[in-house]
Ligand binder design. Structure first.
Ligand SMILES: [Fe+2]
Ligand SMILES: [Fe+2]
Length: 290
């Protein structure tokens, strides 16, 4: 008699990714926490939002270094926000599609890895002993709404996942490439995250490709403004911190420094260079964010 349920589907990519995710390596155990120091820079000076401004260059080194601590913490806060949303959606997706075992298994690997990253981030915040810089909630509210409302199995959802993983990942790559002399514990955090993200990005890209294959050119065109908005809001929130962050770093008034960052041509060029390849990739898929 034929089985009453369909056989488990085969999915070579997700099976391979799941194998690469094993054995699980706890991020908390992969960071040299005792080497975390506020006496070191946490970001290369060129990656700071105020880099290139004479008024900033004229400040004493400890103050510029303090901004590197808070701007790195800002990327950590963005990571927590993003991973929280993604874990929420991954958890909810486990109830659907129970016949696709390779996919379910891989999603649980991702869930475990994202939980590990968030734990690592919280541990870093705790050990740093610095106040947590707030995120610019205004711009992120719409993104959270979209992330929660779009169906899990849809092109916009996986385009959003790709953007949310690629933008921070490319910044991490920059930090690693220019990491000479940076705080060793921070470099560990960056490295751990990058290693897992490489698999996550592969998975997001493949899932997005599958959705694109089933989407007409007309619908892609219709989705472009939405994805463009999502891309711009996310890049903006990631690269331009809130005024309160500058205040925490001792740069007052924070509002004026935040405005200076936003109009800083060196920062704009840096952000453009960091996001250019993702922009090109999305354009190749017919969902250019520009
Ligand atoms: Fe992550
Ligand atoms: Fe991820």
């Amino acid at each position: 008699m034929a089985p009453s349920h369909p056989p488990p589907s085969s999915d070579p990519l997700r099976e391979q990714l799941a194998r690469n995710s094993s054995p699980y390596a706890d991020p908390l155990a992969r960071v040299a926490w005792d080497r975390l120091s506020l006496a070191d820079w946490w970001l290369p000076p060129e990656a700071l939002s105020l880099h290139g401004l004479e008024t900033f260059a004229a400040l004493p080194e400890p103050q510029r270094r303090a901004l590197s601590h808070y701007e790195f913490l800002h990327t950590v806060e963005m990571g927590l926000w993003l991973e929280g949303l993604f874990m929420e959606r991954l958890t909810r997706s486990l109830r659907a599609g129970r016949d696709n075992l390779p996919r379910l298994i891989y999603h649980l690997h991702e869930l475990r890895e994202e939980a590990g990253h968030s734990l690592m981030f919280l541990h870093l915040i705790q050990r740093a002993g610095l106040p947590r810089p707030p995120l610019r909630r205004g711009g992120l509210r719409l993104l959270a709404l979209l992330a929660r409302a779009t169906p899990f199995d849809s092109l916009p959802f996986w385009a959003a996942v790709l953007i949310g993983e690629e933008v921070p990942d490319r910044f991490n790559r920059y930090i690693k490439r220019h990491g000479h002399g940076l705080c060793p514990a921070i470099l560990d955090v960056v490295r751990v995250h990058m290693m897992d993200e490489a698999r996550h990005v592969t998975h997001a890209l493949d899932t997005l490709s599958m959705h694109l294959a089933g989407t007409s050119a007309r619908r892609r065109r219709l989705l472009r403004p939405l994805l463009g908005l999502l891309f711009r809001r996310f890049v903006d929130a990631f690269y331009y911190p809130a005024p309160a962050l500058y205040e925490l770093a001792g740069l007052s008034p924070g509002r004026a420094w935040a405005r200076a960052a936003r109009t800083n041509p060196v920062r704009r060029a840096f952000v453009h260079a960091q996001t250019e390849s993702l922009r090109r990739l999305l354009a190749r898929y017919g969902v250019s964010p520009d």
